[in-house]
Ligand binder design. Structure first.
Ligand code: G3P
Length: 280
């Protein structure tokens, strides 16, 4: 059962419904699940197989439908296909289609210029979105500004902390900075800590008050085995360079922010390559 004092929503990061069921069995609850093209490529049922575009989309749909049946009260994030040439219109077309797959979808768009345009239109149409591949406070400010007016619960922001750690920056600082910046806002964007690699990340996200976190099954299992603690008093990754807080004005237009980040570009490239590798 979910501990009563736990305010952070706990999501599973996986493209495999078998893992959703397994997590429900050992954890007893899940508030949602996030998927992405790389996680679909890791689903054991895709191993060694090639698909046509329609078949692969049909497979992805089957995965999220099954996840949605297991956690009907939760949120299930579905990611559009995007490479560096994909236009906002094309992302939006996919987003609308995917949003109709299940009743509890959030549509993931990359936090790029085209992705933000697609998100802006999506929230106007009442769709729920999850802005992914976030690596900077400026990107978080742009997401806030582009989705202004959306209902709380309809916009998630996914900073990828593990990938910042990988290159020597303290990803958890970014979570802290964004939460601090959003305190000055109207609360319409929820911070979803993503790219969680270990129990320290999970507990630090809870302790900082991240609205949501998404974690691989392995880390959720470790957490369950530790008795579902909700504090991390010892997370001081001294080997990592701190990320400093920036004073930003959330009232500006989203185009005023510097949304470029090389890890976002690398992330888009990796997601599209993993997806394309499944195509015949
Ligand atoms: O939640 C985002 C996640 O799937 C990416 O994780 O470990 O590839 O950085 P990772």
């Amino acid at each position: 059962m979910k501990p009563e004092n736990l305010r952070t929503k706990i999501f599973l990061d996986s493209g495999d419904p078998a893992e959703t069921k397994e997590t429900m069995a050992f954890l007893g609850f899940l508030d949602g699940q996030t998927t992405n093209p790389s996680l679909i490529a890791k689903n054991p049922e895709t191993a060694g197989k090639k698909f046509t575009r329609e078949e692969l989309l049909g497979f992805y749909r089957g995965v999220v439908e099954e996840v949605s049946r297991v956690i009907p009260e939760g949120s299930v994030s579905i990611e559009v296909y995007a490479d560096k040439h994909t236009s906002a219109e094309e992302m939006l077309r996919q987003g609308r289609e995917m949003f109709a797959w299940i009743p509890n979808a959030h549509i993931k768009y990359p936090t790029t210029r085209e992705g933000l345009k697609a998100a802006q239109q999506s929230v106007k149409e009442g769709m729920r979105v999850n802005m992914t591949l976030v690596f900077s406070q400026q990107q978080a400010a742009a997401v806030y500004a582009a989705t202004r007016g959306a209902k709380r619960g309809n916009v998630f922001l996914s900073p990828f902390i593990g990938r910042l750690d990988d290159r020597g920056e303290n990803g958890m600082d970014l979570i802290e900075n964004i939460l601090k910046m959003y305190q000055k806002g109207d609360g319409h964007v929820e911070v979803l800590t993503a790219s969680v690699r270990n129990l320290h990340h999970l507990l630090a996200a809870v302790q900082l008050g991240s609205d949501i976190l998404t974690s691989p099954l392995k880390v959720l299992r470790e957490w369950a085995q530790a008795g579902l603690p909700a504090r991390e008093d010892f997370y001081k990754p001294e080997a990592l360079t701190p990320i400093l807080y920036e004073e930003l004005n959330l009232e500006q237009d989203w185009t005023a922010f510097d949304i470029s980040h090389e890890l976002t570009d690398v992330g888009v490239e990796r997601f599209s390559a993993d997806w394309n590798a499944l195509l015949s």
